[in-house]
Design a binder for this molecule. Structure first.
Ligand SMILES: *Cc1c(COP(=O)(O)O)cnc(C)c1O
Length: 433
């Protein structure tokens, strides 16, 4: 299927993931149910790893942005594939640690890391802390002095690139809560201060230009802007910073119209920009870090729902109500994200009509997809929503006191639960009388 080679349709006409019949998985584990294809996830990791070898001679790190989907099993799988891991909170750091991911391979992000989070990072020996602002730089320097550790840091820079419009609007450059502005001189000043901080090892710079980006050009442009800054830093301070983190943001297919570039092409073209720059300026080739999140787990995920009511409003639309909601799939409600839906038991048939898939929350905006083609469905049927591996479970809430669904990993060795379904008891666990 266009989303993933690990999705298919079997002889019964049922949707399969990793060769397993989704109709049977729904019977076995109940709905709503998050499914993850282990092979798709591993394949995505391997594509990035191979590209890092091929285009940077292995002098780089692929760090999975765990905010896309953070649980112990996924952290462990990604680490097994040799990737590093981005974390942005004590919770993500705790999960990575519980999964046994070595501290050296972790990168800590965030525009407002608390002293507790920084202390945790120092304690666990997080390899790189991406410093967002001067308050944090000074706090970390003080904390490092007290612990006798000398953490590696990167500085987050806003390169001023709007990846979606290709415009270079001045306000767009400065108006972000993340990082140091480049063109005001803020970034250069921060670099000088970081280089002078005895307790910190400034290893390089970081940028992240956005998410779900299909064009290669903005990534190449960002790389060049960052390298220009690194070259100015060398001229101003005599130090050629050894590391460049170019962030994540690679797009994935949600609907057939989406046409993402193979990840290896992003890697190839960006690496060409980097090599050309370093050649022209005689700048030492940096150790390059990339941070894909969505493109590691997104296409590996499918969510299964059971249809409750089908409400046809003549001349208006047909609502297909499912047993999930914006609580487990918030992206359509948040920003009208598009998805592909299939009737899991009739996935081989052509869509019968266009419907609106509604969730069960007490909220008119609780829709999972509007005007989407779907095969015929009746109450009791299963609907599969594709490309739900990223930013679904990780953004899920208990709105309307709905327990979060379970997650099942489907791999070569069969299927197994990796996140258990929340219970009603879980929902009141922290309530006090
Ligand atoms: C969100 C984020 C990523 C991952 O973005 P994707 O679009 O999921 O690839 C990487 N780095 C940083 C700093 C981020 O905030």
């Amino acid at each position: 299927m266009f989303v993933s080679p690990h999705l298919d349709i079997n002889s019964l006409g049922h949707l399969t993931i990793g060769g397993e019949d989704t109709v049977e998985l729904a019977e076995r584990y109940g709905t709503p149910l998050y499914l993850m294809s282990e092979e798709e996830l591993r394949d995505n990791c391997r594509q990035y790893r191979r590209s890092m070898e091929e285009f940077y001679g292995g002098r780089g790190l692929v760090a999975y942005a765990s905010k896309a989907l953070c649980c112990k099993a996924v952290c462990r799988l990604v680490a097994e594939e040799g990737l590093g891991l981005d974390v942005v909170s004590a919770g993500e750091l705790y999960t990575a640690r519980a999964a046994g991911v070595p501290g050296k391979r972790l990168i800590l992000h965030g525009n407002n890391k608390t002293p507790d989070e920084l202390a945790m990072a120092l304690d666990y020996g997080v390899g790189r802390i991406v410093v967002d602002n001067l308050t944090e730089l000074r706090l970390l320097d003080t904390m490092a002095a007290a612990t006798g550790k000398r953490p590696g840091i990167l500085l987050r820079v806003k390169p001023g690139i709007d990846a979606h419009t290709h415009s270079f609007i001045r306000t767009g450059q400065i108006d972000s809560k993340f990082g140091f502005a480049l063109e005001t001189g803020e970034a250069m000043a921060a670099v000088k201060e970081a280089l002078a901080a005895k307790e910190l090892e400034l290893r390089g710079l970081h940028c992240h230009i956005g998410s779900q980006i299909f064009d290669i050009q903005p990534f190449c442009h960002a790389a060049r802007v960052m390298l220009e800054l690194m070259d100015s830093i060398r001229r101003a301070t005599g130090t050629a910073l050894p590391e460049l983190d170019l962030g994540g943001g690679f797009g994935i297919p949600y609907i057939p119209d989406n046409d993402p570039v193979p990840y290896s092409r992003y890697m190839e073209e960006v690496s060409r920009t980097v090599k050309e720059f370093c050649g022209e300026r005689d700048f030492p080739m940096p150790f390059v870090i990339i941070e894909p999140g969505r493109s590691i787990v997104g296409t590996a995920g499918v969510t299964l729902y059971r249809v409750g009511g089908v409400k046809e409003i003549p001349g208006v639309r047909t609502y297909v109500s499912v047993d999930g909601s914006m609580a487990d799939a918030p992206r359509h409600a948040l920003y009208q994200a598009d998805y592909t839906f299939l009737a899991a038991a009739r996935a081989g048939q052509p869509p019968a009509r266009v419907v609106t898939v509604a969730g069960k929350c007490c909220e008119s905006g609780d829709l999972l997809g509007e005007n989407v083609p779907l095969q015929p469905v009746a109450p009791g049927d299963l609907v599969a929503m594709l490309s739900t591996g990223a930013y679904h479970y990780s953004m899920a809430s208990n709105y309307n006191r709905i327990p979060r669904p379970a997650m099942v990993l489907v791999g070569e060795k069969g299927h197994r639960l990796i996140i258990r379904r929340e219970t009603l008891e879980d929902l009141v666990r922290n309530d006090l009388d």
